[in-house]
Design a protein around this ligand. Structure first.
Ligand SMILES: C[S@@+](CC[C@H](N)C(=O)[O-])C[C@H]1O[C@@H](n2cnc3c(N)ncnc32)[C@H](O)[C@@H]1O
Length: 385
């Protein structure tokens, strides 16, 4: 019976795009997606949702474990309700995590028609550390416990330690925990929790309840790699070429462009706070502009600062940049596009749009910023013509 609550046995044959295992129902009833499993696992599953040709299932028991499974270092790791859910891939070896990321990118690129002959998919850059790499986190607290939001729930999974945090962030986390129970962190009427946004620059004195900190790349060593990649791609571009940088944050990549000697850099971003920080850095050649880049016509605001950018550097949020075709149309002199993306499906969508506007995707450099998660950063080099 293929109904909710019924059980079946199957082997996980692949990972789906959103980072969960895929198996075929033995009765030919379609594919099922199962969090917390890895290719090679042979398990008993329970159906939690059925659609016409696919469904979702829950892992009940592993009968044979994948040869790529390892024991997770973190006691809070898991995908079931009550577990942390932040590192769903920690139960697989790091090599196999990287292989799955690379396979997903290769598959999506090929499916969208970016062929090996024209687009070079470079080897994924592994994280320098697979623990102690993360320099920022957002905790939830109800004043009694603190932790992350448990998977598929509206509850806090209380955390005693988080081994992916880097040393300063981890020691701040322990200092924060010591203040529990903390009346200053009690949520207001009608709220489940407050949030505590922190990064390696935060201290107990600067920690603020329910205040987002400006964006920061989450893995310092990989951030240095990304900066090096930008420098390498633009090394042969004349320094007189105007550069437009969109979604610049507080100037993480702007600094690279300025240090390289580009003299005309328009750096744009919606967060006034981030633009303020960037302006205070006084990078030579940089003109910061605070604007909402998802507002149709925002290119007109930017055109007032810069008429003919030759290079466009883009690092949008997860949703990608749906207005990219309009920007490319508004700036016909752009010959080089560097696209830094943290989301594979949206990168593929935007790359396909750029192709329609005459840009070809020369290479894709994947970078692993977040070991033990399905996330992967993509650095795309596009050239016009
Ligand atoms: C992935 S971060 C990149 C930041 C920067 N490049 C860095 O490396 O730190 C994306 C940035 O897009 C900004 N952003 C989000 N929505 C925006 C919008 N509508 N218009 C302009 N910027 C936006 C965010 O504030 C954030 O700084």
């Amino acid at each position: 019976m293929i109904t909710r609550g019924s059980q079946f046995k199957a082997r996980v044959r692949a990972m789906a795009a959103r980072g969960v295992g895929v198996c075929d129902h033995p009765d030919g009833a379609g594919v099922f997606f199962v969090p917390g499993t890895w290719p090679g696992d042979f398990c008993v599953f329970e159906i939690v949702k059925v659609e016409r040709r696919y469904g979702e299932a829950r892992l009940v028991r592993i009968l044979e474990t994948s040869s790529q499974r390892v024991t997770p270092l973190c006691p809070h790791q898991g995908v079931e309700e009550g577990a942390c859910g932040g590192c769903p891939w920690m139960m697989a070896s790091y090599e196999s995590q990287l292989a799955e990321k690379k396979a997903a990118i290769a598959y999506q690129l090929e499916r969208a028609g970016f062929l090996k002959e024209t687009t070079e998919l470079l080897p994924i850059e592994p994280s320098k550390g697979v623990f102690g790499y993360r320099n920022r986190a957002q905790f939830k607290t109800d004043g009694k416990v603190m932790g992350y939001v448990s998977a598929r729930s509206q509850t806090i999974a209380p955390i005693e330690d988080c081994p992916v945090l880097d040393a300063p962030t981890r020691s701040l986390f322990h200092a924060m925990r010591k203040t529990l129970p903390n009346d200053a962190w009690l949520p207001g009427e009608g709220f489940h929790w407050n949030f505590l946004d922190m990064d390696s620059d935060t201290t107990m004195e600067t920690l603020e309840v329910n205040r987002r900190r400006p964006f920061k790349q989450g893995n310092e060593a990989q951030n240095r790699f990304m900066k090096g990649w930008i420098e390498e791609q633009l090394s042969h571009v004349s320094r007189g070429t105007p550069v437009m940088e969109l979604f610049c944050g507080s100037g993480n990549f702007t600094e690279v462009l300025s240090k390289m000697g580009f003299q005309n850099i328009c750096a744009s971003e919606v967060s006034k706070k981030a633009v303020e920080i960037l302006s205070s850095k006084n990078f030579p050649g940089v003109f910061p502009v605070a604007t909402n880049l998802f507002r149709a016509g925002s290119w007109n605001t930017l055109k007032k600062t810069m008429r003919e950018p030759g290079v466009l550097v883009l690092d949008p949020p997860r949703a990608g940049f749906s207005l990219l075709p309009r920007f490319l149309k508004a700036f016909p002199s752009t010959h080089t596009l560097l696209y830094i993306s943290c989301d594979l499906p949206h990168f593929i969508r935007d790359a396909s749009q750029a192709r329609k506007r005459g840009f070809f995707l020369k290479s894709v450099q994947p970078v692993d910023l977040f070991p033990h998660t399905p996330h992967v950063e993509l650095l795309g080099l596009f050239k016009r013509g």
